[in-house]
Each structure stands twice: as structure tokens, then as C-alpha cells.
Design a protein around this ligand. Structure first.
Ligand code: MEV
Length: 425
């Protein structure tokens, strides 16, 4: 990066996307190939990109693949997954197939209930403040529901208060949680608007100062549970089952392993969240915070053997996704993916997503407890490496096949193979 480069581009946000791209290209010293790539990727996408984010210059597409074999609460579902990672979709297909003999995935949910926090500080009597707020429950309900009459019309709206006094480095604070049924919306806009409308009244009633007013992504009132039973015969026998249970116990006891174990779960979860235009960061933040709710970071899933020796998997996690609002509603690919899923409610979508997370976890644990993860990754990884070193057309398979035959998927070896192929040797 040259020192002469500046990050200031006057009026970038006011330019049309094509002009923005040119301005960025000039400033970043982009070559023609990079400009052409960004420009080509923008085709058909840029209008929407420009509406969704600031300073848009292009768009970036992520592969969408379909997870087959999913049986959720007795319904057959095809599940679109948006991910750039090889093996993730194949893993779900395989895990879902292996639990079909026992009925697939069974789910339950606590309903679409979100919370926003209002921070009250500066009072010498935080417990008194807490009670004063509780006493205004009816007024609070009215203020919140008036903020979003449409939500109320659809059966949602204010449900409850949860008020805590927390200890902080600057003394106690009273934290007011407004609990809201957000129906088919993810709910961020609804609860944030309610919190902002309510905060001045809380100040008036309590004499405390209000500061932050924002939803919590630790959506522990919007928890979805999925369960599936994998028959012993589908696992590969008792030894594999017991090794999978040891793998689970390792993750549950050790945060270093839990991070990776849970990352695998999120490979499945985030792919469906993204495919449906939902907020992957909100889901990820909530999932990891929930996994640490006992005071230490643990496995998001639970595993045990049933009386017949089969393997039972359970995944229970917050799942704040919506069908209306945000990119879900305006992104045509998200809409098409929802059509493939055939879901009519946010709750139904959430149940499928958690089932996918569980399937992913089964597949990863089984692979790790048996052949290891590299074997399954090898074929697709070899193709990626071939692509990355510039192989084109038939060369991609030729390079990938040679790498696989060598049992070593390495960039230096791929370069040697490609050079040899091109030299006609
Ligand atoms: C890779 O993206 C995910 C895994 O590492 C998950 C796991 O270790 O359980 C395979």
C-alpha cells in the first residue's frame, strides 16, 4: 500500500455507484482486471446493493446450495444454504439422511419473543427505581403498543417487563427489559422504537438518567429446540457412537474445542440465515452468548445415548429470524429461497435452521471421530486450490485429481502439476 494513498474521497456517498467505483479505483490504483471484476459482479445487483448499504460499488455473490433429506416435524423441506465453504451442504444432506429412519428432526419453540434494554443510571436508589418502573406496567404496555400498532394488529406487541439491578465499575444501574412478541419480524426495529419511545417516560417517573436503548441479541426468550435420534446402524456402531460422545464431552468441557464445535453448528445455521436475508451477526452473537450462559463457554448442542443405544442429539439456541423487514423482504434471492423452503412463519423458519445446525454438528462429530475432516474436504478443497492457482476448464479436474491421488492438497504441488500439464508433459 502506497503512503500517498488517502482514505478521503469527497462526496463519495453522493455519487452514482459506477462513478463511485471509478473514484475508488483511481484512489486505490486498481488495475483494469479488478475494475472489470467489480463491475461485472455489480451487473443486475447494484441497484439493490445501493439501496441496502452506503457507498456501494459492487456486489459479491455467495453460492447457494440445497440441503436435501431434511424431515422436520414430519415435513419434507428443501433447505437453501448460502455458504462459500466446501462440504457444509454435503454434510447436512448426509446427516439428515441418516436420521430419517427415526423420523428426522423434532422441534419446539418458545415463540417469537424479543427484548430491548433501557439503561437507567445515576440514581442513588436503583432498587427503588426498579419497583417504580414495574408499577407503571399498564402505561408501559400502552406506550409500547402505540409505537407499533401494526404489530399489535398481527397479534404481537408488548408482553412483559424484566428489570434487573446490575453492578458495574461505576456503581449499580437499573436495566429495564421490555419483552415484546414480534410475530414474523426479527423484531429489532419494533423493540428499538419502543425502547426509544419509553425511555423519556422512565426518566420522568424515576428521576434516573436513561442512556442506551437497544435490543439484546441474547434472545433467550426466543429459543428453538431441535432433537433427532440417529440409529446405531446409521452411525457405524457402538465404538463410533461412544467416540462421538467423547467428542461432545470434550467440546462441553473445553472452550478451545467448544469454539470449533460451535463454529461447525454455525456453518449450517448461518448459511440458512444468510440465504433467507436474515442477520447472521445477530444470530451468531446470540448463539455464543447463550452458550456461555452458565458462566463458561460450552457446547451449544447436547448428546447422549438412548435406551436402545442410539445417539440422541439436541440443539437449543436463540433464533431471532424474521420473514418481513430488512433484506429478507427486499432481496429477490432471499424471497426465492423462502419460496423453496415453503415456510409461512418466522417460527417455522427458525425450527428448520436449528435442525440444520444439529445435522451439521452430527456430521462434523462423526467425521472427526472416524476418518478425520480432511478426507471429506479433500475433493472440493483440491478443486478450490486448482482454481486458486489459475487452472481453467478441464485443467481444474486434472489438477484436482492428481492432488487427490497424491493425498496432499497443496498449492505448491498444484502449481507444479499445472505447469507440467501446460508444458504438455
Ligand atoms: C469446519 O468448518 C467445522 C468443523 O471444524 C467443526 C468441528 O470441528 O466440529 C469441522
Amino acid at each position: 500500500m502506497s503512503d500517498a494513498r488517502s482514505s478521503r474521497i469527497e462526496g463519495l456517498h453522493k455519487m452514482a455507484p459506477e462513478a463511485r467505483l471509478q473514484a475508488v479505483a483511481r484512489q486505490a490504483g486498481l488495475g483494469n482486471a479488478a475494475i472489470a471484476s467489480l463491475s461485472a459482479a455489480a451487473q443486475g445487483q447494484i441497484e439493490l446493493a445501493d439501496r441496502l448499504v452506503e457507498n456501494a460499488i459492487s456486489a459479491m455473490s455467495i453460492p447457494v446450495g440445497i440441503a436435501t433429506n431434511m424431515l422436520v416435524d414430519g415435513h419434507e423441506v428443501l433447505v437453501p444454504m448460502a455458504t462459500e465453504e466446501s462440504s457444509v451442504i454435503a454434510a447436512v444432506c448426509n446427516a439428515a439422511k441418516r436420521c430419517r429412519p427415526t423420523g428426522g428432526f423434532f422441534t419446539s419453540s418458545s415463540g417469537p419473543v424479543m427484548a430491548a434494554q433501557i439503561q437507567l443510571l445515576g440514581a442513588s436508589d436503583p432498587e427503588n427505581v426498579r419497583l417504580k418502573v414495574y408499577e407503571r406496567m399498564d402505561k408501559i404496555r400502552a406506550i409500547c403498543d402505540e409505537t407499533d400498532p401494526l404489530l399489535v394488529k398481527f397479534g404481537g406487541g408488548f408482553r412483559d417487563l424484566d428489570i434487573r439491578v446490575i453492578e458495574t465499575d461505576e456503581g449499580p444501574m437499573t436495566i429495564v427489559h421490555i419483552i415484546v412478541d414480534t410475530r414474523d419480524a426479527m423484531g429489532a426495529n419494533a423493540v428499538n422504537s419502543m425502547a426509544e419511545a419509553l425511555a423519556p417516560r422512565l426518566v420522568e417517573w424515576t428521576g434516573a438518567r436513561s442512556l442506551l436503548r437497544i435490543l439484546t441479541n441474547l434472545a433467550d426468550r426466543r429459543v428453538v429446540r431441535a432433537r433427532a435420534v440417529w440409529p446405531l446402524a446409521e452411525i457405524g456402531g457402538e465404538q463410533v457412537r461412544d467416540d462421538m460422545l467423547s467428542a461432545y464431552r470434550f467440546a462441553d468441557a473445553d472452550p478451545y474445542r467448544a469454539a470449533t464445535h460451535n463454529k461447525g453448528i454455525m456453518n449450517g445455521v448461518s448459511a440458512v440465515v444468510l440465504a433467507t436475508g436474515n442477520d447472521t451477526r445477530a444470530i451468531e452473537a446470540g448463539a455464543h452468548a447463550f452458550a456461555a450462559k452458565d458462566g463458561h463457554y460450552r457446547s451449544m448442542s447436547r448428546w447422549e445415548a438412548d435406551g436402545d443405544g442410539n445417539l440422541v442429539g439436541i440443539l437449543e439456541m436463540p433464533m431471532a429470524v424474521g420473514l418481513i423487514g430488512g433484506a429478507t423482504k427486499v432481496h429477490p434471492t432471499a424471497q426465492a429461497n423462502l419460496e423453496i423452503l415453503g415456510v409461512k412463519t418466522a417460527d417455522a423458519l427458525a425450527r428448520i435452521i436449528v435442525s440444520i445446525g444439529l445435522a451439521q454438528n452430527f456430521a462434523a462429530m462423526r467425521a472427526l471421530a472416524t476418518t478425520g475432516i480432511q478426507k471429506g474436504h479433500m475433493a472440493l478443497h483440491a478443486q478450490n486450490v486448482a482454481l486458486a492457482i489459475g487452472a481453467v476448464g478441464a485443467e481444474i479436474d486434472q489438477v484436482a485429481n492428481e492432488l487427490k491421488a497424491l493425498g496432499k492438497v497443496r498449492q505448491d504441488l498444484a502449481e507444479e502439476i499445472l505447469a507440467r500439464l501446460r508444458a504438455g508433459k
